[in-house]
Design a protein around this ligand. Structure first.
Ligand SMILES: [Zn+2]
Ligand SMILES: [Zn+2]
Length: 304
C-alpha cells in the first residue's frame, strides 16, 4: 500500500542550465522508494540539497535524449558507485536508449558495483511495479520522445465493523485485498464481504518535451497532478511549436482537456528572465496552476 507520494523538482528549466534553473529532473518518492523522471545536468547536486536520498532511486525514466533531459546520468551513477551502491538501477527510455546510454555510461575510468538495466519503451503501454504502474505514450517532439504517467493502483477500503463481525484475522487483510479472498476457519471470505468501496489511486503525469498533442490526453486523463512543459508563450508560439514544444496556454489546454486537477509548469526557456507571461496565459485557461521552482516539494494528497 502506498501511503505517501511526494514530488521533488530538481531541475525546472529547458534547453540549457542557468544560475537560476537546472535542466529537467523531477523526483517522486513513493513511500520509501524513489524514482526520477529525467536527469538533467545538475540533478545530483539538487538531490543532495533535498531530503530525498539518491541511494533510494530505483528507477529512472528518461523522456528523450536531448541533453537537458539526460546529461546528469553519468555523474549521478558515478556518485552512486562512490557511495557503495549494490542495488540494481533500472533506466527506461524511448527508442535509442540502449545505444545512447551504453555509450554514455562507458565514458571515463570508473568501476561500478551495481547492475544497470536499460529498457527501451516503444509505442503506448505501461510497466507494472506492483502498487503502481508507469504508463507511457509517444510525445510530439523533434526526436523520439515519451510522456509518462505514474499511476497508483486503486485501493480497496475495508469496513472495520464487517471485519469484526466476520472475525477476520488482521494478518489476512492484505492477502484478501491482493488476492480477493482467503480462508478463515474453513470459510472463504471475499473482498466484497469486508469492502467499504474503493479509494481511487493517485496519478502523476509528466509531459517531457512535446507540442500539444491530442493523443496524450488519454495518458494524462484524470491526473491528480500534470507536470507539463511550457517553453514559451504566445509571442513566440510559432517558434515554440516548430521546435516541438508547448506554450503555457498549450499546457493549460492539456490540463483542462484531460480533466487533470493540478497543473505544474516546467521547462521554461532560459530566454525568459521573467516567466510571468507564460504562467499568466496558462491561468487564463486553467485555474489550478503552479510554476515550478527549483527544489520545490509537493505532497500529492489522496483527494488532490
Ligand atoms: Zn528539453
Ligand atoms: Zn527536447
Amino acid at each position: 500500500m502506498i501511503s505517501s507520494i511526494r514530488l521533488f523538482f530538481f531541475g525546472t528549466g529547458g534547453s540549457w542550465p542557468t544560475p537560476q534553473r537546472n535542466t529537467m529532473s523531477v523526483g517522486v518518492r513513493i513511500n520509501d522508494e524513489a524514482i526520477l523522471f529525467d536527469c538533467g545536468e545538475s540533478a545530483q547536486t539538487a538531490l543532495m540539497k533535498s531530503s530525498l536520498s539518491l541511494m533510494k532511486i530505483r528507477k529512472i525514466f528518461i523522456t528523450h535524449f536531448h541533453g537537458d533531459h539526460f546529461l546528469g546520468l553519468p555523474g549521478l551513477i558515478q556518485t552512486m558507485s562512490f557511495y557503495g551502491r549494490t542495488d540494481p538501477l533500472e533506466i527506461y527510455g524511448p527508442i535509442g536508449a540502449s545505444s545512447v546510454l551504453g555509450n554514455l555510461l562507458s565514458i571515463g575510468y570508473y568501476s561500478l558495483n551495481f547492475e544497470i538495466r536499460i529498457e527501451e519503451l516503444k509505442g503506448n503501454s505501461s510497466v507494472d511495479f506492483g502498487d503502481y504502474s508507469v504508463a507511457y505514450a509517444e510525445a510530439s517532439h523533434t526526436v523520439p520522445a515519451l510522456s509518462y504517467s505514474l499511476i497508483e493502483k486503486d485501493y480497496a477500503k475495508l469496513d472495520e465493523s464487517k471485519i469484526e463481525r466476520l472475525k477476520v484475522p488482521r494478518r489476512l487483510l492484505e492477502k484478501i485485498r491482493k488476492e480477493g479472498s482467503a480462508q478463515v476457519n474453513g470459510n472463504a471470505i471475499n473482498l466484497e464481504d469486508i469492502s467499504a468501496g474503493v479509494r481511487k489511486g493517485r496519478k502523476v503525469s509528466y509531459s517531457g518535451d512535446t507540442r500539444r498533442a491530442k493523443n496524450l490526453l488519454d495518458l494524462f486523463k484524470d491526473s491528480s497532478v500534470l507536470i507539463h512543459e511550457s517553453t514559451g508563450e504566445k509571442s513566440n508560439e510559432e517558434k515554440v511549436t516548430s521546435y516541438g514544444h508547448s506554450t503555457g496556454k498549450d499546457a493549460a489546454i492539456q490540463a483542462k482537456d484531460s480533466n487533470s486537477r493540478k497543473l505544474i509548469l516546467v521547462h521554461f526557456s532560459p530566454r525568459y528572465n521573467d516567466i510571468k507571461p507564460i504562467v499568466d496565459e496558462a491561468k487564463s485557461v486553467f485555474q489550478n496552476v503552479i510554476a515550478a521552482e527549483e527544489l520545490m516539494e509537493l505532497e500529492v494528497n489522496i483527494n488532490d
